[in-house]
Design a protein around this ligand. Structure first.
Ligand SMILES: Cc1ncc(C[n+]2csc(CCOP(=O)(O)OP(=O)(O)O)c2C)c(N)n1
Ligand SMILES: [Mg+2]
Length: 318
């Protein structure tokens, strides 16, 4: 059970992630952010619900739609925004950008642009946890598109065979770029793809943060205690295009509207109002606080310098 303050903090975090993404989209249109920008809007309940029960010494791996996950893992909005701007104060010193957020202090080890590329990394991290006799876990996020990559199958096979402490979280937002899951996957119930590797599998409504949190809390404890991998298919939806450059002609207006009615932040806000945890004034104040916090993050990014040319040779692994 979540304490009252935890619920308020989770609501604040989800509202902050949403506002961050909306402002990032504006900054992209103004040419302040370049390259790819994949927004997480609509999927906030997955990042917040899964991240909340983690310990600070656990590890997290994301894919390339990972702003929400990096922010949920306590990377401050100012350092993530600065990274999107390519500034030296960013989480990856301005050399990673949107798809390569990395925060070693918070054990957020990417941000990977290669679809499915995070899964073998998670396997290696979990192997190192066992090798060193630790009791951390690795939480590994990826999209529905990754399930059809060879790396997915190699990683799940080894994780199960070697009893690795990984919680695999597939964010099934029903599309990989413009391709619907049922057009890409012979078995569209993605949890069934993991079931054949002899691990516990679950599905969850990825628009309901309380349901996500309850499941995450239970499975994180299970993975930690049993030192066995587990798999979750969180069914969710991205309200925007694949990237900000996507006109999104492959989805109907009705479908998008249907999912928007299940907006995870609005739903959670309504629950908190109904149970008396928050008043409408509290919600308004949280929204104002979040807007200020993100304004400050944008200002910080604007004011920060670009990396110096000599920084090209720093942080290079050889
Ligand atoms: C190995 C590889 N193949 C193809 C691509 C091109 N690509 C970029 S995103 C994407 C779709 C991935 O969809 P999904 O995993 O469902 O993530 P979502 O965008 O829905 O979050 C593809 C095919 C890539 N980045 N890496
Ligand atoms: Mg997808």
């Amino acid at each position: 059970m979540l304490a009252k303050q935890d619920k308020i903090d989770i609501y604040h975090e989800m509202a902050m992630i949403r506002k961050f993404e909306e402002r990032a989209s504006e900054m992209y249109e103004q040419g302040k952010i370049r390259g790819f920008l994949h927004l997480y809007i609509g999927q906030e309940a997955v990042a917040s619900g899964f991240m909340w029960p983690l310990r600070p010494d656990d590890y997290v791996i994301g894919a390339y739609r990972e702003h929400g996950q990096a922010l949920g893992r306590c990377a401050t909005p100012r350092r993530v925004m600065a990274e999107l701007f390519g500034k030296s104060t960013g989480v990856s010193s301005g050399k990673g950008g949107s798809m390569h957020l990395f925060d070693v202090d918070r054990r957020f080890l990417g941000g990977t642009a290669i679809v499915g590329g995070g899964l073998p990394l998670a396997t290696g991290i979990a192997f190192s946890i066992n090798y060193k006799g630790g009791d951390q876990i690795c939480l590994c996020f990826f999209g529905d598109g990754a399930v059809n990559e060879g790396a997915f199958h190699e990683a799940l096979n080894i994780a199960s065979l070697w009893n690795l402490p990984i919680l695999f979280v597939c964010e099934n937002n029903l599309y990989g770029m413009g391709t619907a899951v049922e057009r890409a996957s012979a078995v569209p119930n993605l949890y069934r793809r993991a079931q054949c590797y002899s691990m516990d599998v679950e599905t969850v409504d990825g628009m309901d943060v309380l349901a996500v949190h309850e499941l995450a809390d239970r499975l994180i404890k299970q993975v930690r205690n049993e030192k066995r991998p587990a798999f979750v298919e969180a069914v969710t939806y991205r309200f925007r295009g694949h990237s900000v450059a996507d006109p999104g002609t492959y989805r109907s207006k009705e479908e998008i509207e249907d999912w928007r009615r299940r907006d995870p932040i609005v739903q959670f806000g309504n629950t908190l109002l109904r149970e008396g945890t928050l008043t409408p004034e509290d919600i308004e104040k949280i929204q104002d606080d979040v807007a200020r916090e993100i304004d400050e993050a944008v200002q910080f990014a604007e004011d920060s310098p670009f990396p110096k040319p000599e920084a090209l040779y720093q942080d290079v692994y050889a």
